[in-house]
Design a protein around this ligand. Structure first.
Ligand SMILES: Nc1ncnc2c1ncn2[C@@H]1O[C@H](COP(=O)(O)OP(=O)(O)OP(=O)(O)O)[C@@H](O)[C@H]1O
Ligand SMILES: O=C(O)C1=C[C@@H](O)[C@@H](O)[C@H](O)C1
Ligand SMILES: [Mg+2]
Length: 177
């Protein structure tokens, strides 16, 4: 597929990525941005910049509710912008209001990846919600989240594949509209 040619013919220019931690949202958002040349908003990065703390620190010092309130405010204000790519935190789906804003604003893509692959990808990370969870608890959490990602997305993309294959798949959808 000729990706450079697709660039000029895109019909979708408001893109939202959701999915479980480590499914590849940031990696894929950054790659897609190279092709479509729209602003990229990484909600986790915006929160960390705004609070001048890492996500782990925010969870530890201010608690999850504070994090979710901040996340909600940022999503609400970003979805007033005209076009762009929004790389959500894995938990954006926890609040229905977020998904109402995001779903009305843009095209929501769920990057779906098996837990076993995700675990390998995020082995050495400090994502707070992945700490201290036993295997069953993590699996239940993953399955519960997947129901939400499914409910709120328009497109399910298998993100266990090679990055370039995923990009081709998404670009094809973006060009068809
Ligand atoms: N398709 C892929 N194939 C192989 N490795 C990948 C792929 N996509 C992402 N990765 C790797 O997996 C790790 C997690 O990816 P990434 O940070 O993009 O996930 P994320 O969904 O943004 O996670 P979070 O929700 O925690 O922000 C990174 O080390 C990244 O390089
Ligand atoms: O899945 C989640 O709830 C989270 C995912 C990360 O992207 C961060 O937004 C934070 O660690 C919470
Ligand atoms: Mg990310």
């Amino acid at each position: 597929m000729q990706l450079t040619r697709l660039k000029e013919n895109l019909t979708i220019r408001r893109i939202v990525f959701i999915g479980f931690m480590g499914c590849g949202k940031t990696t894929i958002s950054e790659e897609i941005q190279k092709y479509i040349n729209e602003p990229l908003y990484n909600i986790d990065k915006i929160i960390q910049l705004q609070e001048q703390r890492t996500i782990s620190d925010i969870f530890f010092h201010r608690g999850e509710k504070f994090f979710r309130d901040t996340e909600e405010k940022i999503i609400s204000s970003l979805t007033m912008n005209s076009t762009g790519i929004i790389d959500c935190g894995g938990g954006a789906v926890e609040r229905e209001v977020n998904m109402r804003h995001l779903g009305t604003w843009g095209e929501v893509f769920w990057l779906d990846c098996p837990l076993e692959i995700i675990q390998k990808r995020v082995e050495n990370s400090d994502r707070p919600l992945l700490q201290n969870k036993g295997h069953k608890e993590l699996k239940d959490f993953y399955l519960r989240r997947n129901q939400l990602y499914k409910k709120y997305s328009k497109h399910r993309i298998d993100s266990s594949r090679e990055i370039q294959i995923i990009i081709n798949n998404i670009m094809e959808i973006l060009s068809k509209g």
